[in-house]
Design a binder for this molecule. Structure first.
Ligand code: FAD
Length: 307
C-alpha cells in the first residue's frame, strides 16, 4: 500500500520505524528475527536507510593501485523485500542522489517496481568522507527535489510510488536560514512528495514552530516527527555534531546528573522520548517515526508506553 493512502485513511497516530541495513554475513532468518520484536506493535511500514558505496585503493603486486567497491551492508532493497515477504507489511527503501547517475536511479526504480515496492524516501545524501560540499555524480541529481521529479516522471508519470522527503526543524546545516530551507522543502513537495519526515529533535516546541512555518509557506502534506531516544552520555555532544541539532538544557542536565551510571543515562533518554512522544500524540500528529539505530529495547518500551 502507498504511504500516502495509509496516512489518508488512518484515524489516529501510529508508529513507524527506521532501521539501518545489517552488515553483510547476516542470514535472511537472522534479519527477519531482528525485526520480529517490533511486530507486536503492528507497524504499518518500516523504513530502511541507504548508504553510499565506498571505494578503497589496493596495492597490486606490480606496485600499481586498483580501485575497489566496498559495500559492507546488505542493500536496503534486499532488506525491504525480505521484510515485506516475511511480515506482509510495507517497507520503504531510502534512495539518495549521491553516487547515482540518472540512469542508475531509473534502473533502481525498475527493480522496486519488479519487487512490488510502492514507496520511496527520496534524499540527497551527505558528502563522502573528504568532501566539503556535496558533489553530484556526473549526470546525476544535485538536490532531492530533482530526485522526486525523476521518480514522478518514471514510466511516463505512471504514479508507481508514494514519496517521502526529509525536513529539518532546526534547519539543514547548509541552508543560510530556516526560511530558505523551507522554500527548498516546498520545492520537494511541489515536485510530488506526499509527506515529510523530520530530522530528530528533542524539544517539541521546535517541531510545532516548524510545522507552523511550513503551513504558512503553503506546505500542506503531513509532517511526521522523527524521534530518537538518547542512549549514551556521549550522544549529548555527538548528535549535535552529526545532525546539527540542539539538545535542550534540561535533558543535558538530567544526563549529566546520571553521571557514570549507564543504565540511568539510558533510562533518562528513554523517559524523555516517551514524554516527547505522548505530547506529540496529544497534539494530533499523524504518526511518529523512530530512528532505531540498531537498538530495539528502548524503542519497544516507548512503543509499549505510548501506543
Ligand atoms: P535537499 O532537500 O536536497 O537539501 C539539501 C540542502 O540543499 C539544504 O540545505 C536545502 O535547503 C538546499 N536545497 C534543496 N533544494 C535546493 C535547490 N533546488 N536549490 C538550492 N538549494 C537547495 N542520508 C543518507 O545518506 N541515507 C539515508 O538513508 C538518509 N535518511 C534520512 C532520513 C531522514 C528522515 C532525514 C531527515 C535525513 C536522512 N538522510 C539520509 C540525511 C540526508 O541525506 C542529509 O541530511 C542530506 O544532507 C540532505 O538531504 P535532503 O534530501 O534533505 O537534501
Amino acid at each position: 500500500m502507498k504511504i500516502r493512502d495509509i496516512l489518508d485513511t488512518s484515524r489516529k497516530a501510529f508508529p513507524s520505524l527506521e532501521i539501518v541495513p545489517p552488515l553483510k554475513g547476516i542470514t535472511h532468518n537472522e534479519l527477519i528475527e531482528s525485526v520480529r520484536p517490533f511486530m507486536e506493535f503492528c507497524p504499518k511500514y518500516i523504513n530502511v536507510t541507504c548508504h553510499r558505496d565506498e571505494y578503497e585503493f589496493r596495492e597490486e603486486a606490480d606496485g600499481t593501485f586498483s580501485r575497489h567497491l566496498v559495500r559492507n551492508k546488505v542493500s536496503e532493497v534486499a532488506v525491504c523485500s525480505a521484510i515485506m515477504s516475511a511480515y506482509r507489511i510495507d517497507a520503504v527503501p531510502h534512495m539518495i542522489c549521491g553516487g547515482n547517475t540518472a540512469d542508475e536511479i531509473d534502473n533502481k526504480l525498475s527493480d522496486l517496481k519488479f519487487l512490488g515496492i510502492e514507496n520511496i524516501m527520496a534524499l540527497r545524501g551527505d558528502c563522502t568522507v573528504g568532501e566539503k560540499r556535496f558533489v553530484p555524480s556526473e549526470g546525476g541529481y544535485r538536490y532531492a527535489n530533482e530526485l522526486v521529479e525523476a521518480i514522478c516522471a518514471f514510466e511516463k508519470g505512471a504514479d508507481l510510488f508514494s514519496i517521502g522527503v526529509g525536513g529539518y526543524p532546526e534547519k539543514h546545516f547548509e541552508a543560510p536560514n530556516i526560511e530558505t530551507d523551507i522554500e527548498n522543502l516546498k520545492r520537494k513537495v511541489d515536485a510530488g512528495a506526499d509527506y515529510i519526515i523530520t530530522q530528530m529533535f528533542f524539544d517539541n516546541r521546535v517541531y510545532y514552530d516548524y510545522v507552523d512555518r511550513c503551513r504558512k509557506a503553503g506546505i500542506e502534506v503531513p509532517i511526521i516527527p522523527g524521534l530518537k531516544p538518547l542512549t549514551t552520555a556521549r550522544q549529548v555532544s555527538l548528535l549535535p555534531e552529526s545532525f546539527s541539532i540542539d539538545i535542550p538544557v534540561e535533558l543535558t542536565s538530567e544526563i549529566r546528573a546520571a553521571g557514570n551510571d549507564r543504565e540511568a543515562v539510558y533510562r533518562t533518554g528513554t523517559d524523555w522520548c516517551i514524554a516527547q512522544c505522548r505530547d506529540l500524540i496529544a497534539h494530533g500528529v499523524p504518526a511518529v517515526h523512530f530512528y532505531t539505530m540498531g537498538k530495539a529495547e528502548n524503542i519497544l518500551r516507548i512503543l509499549r508506553e505510548c501506543f
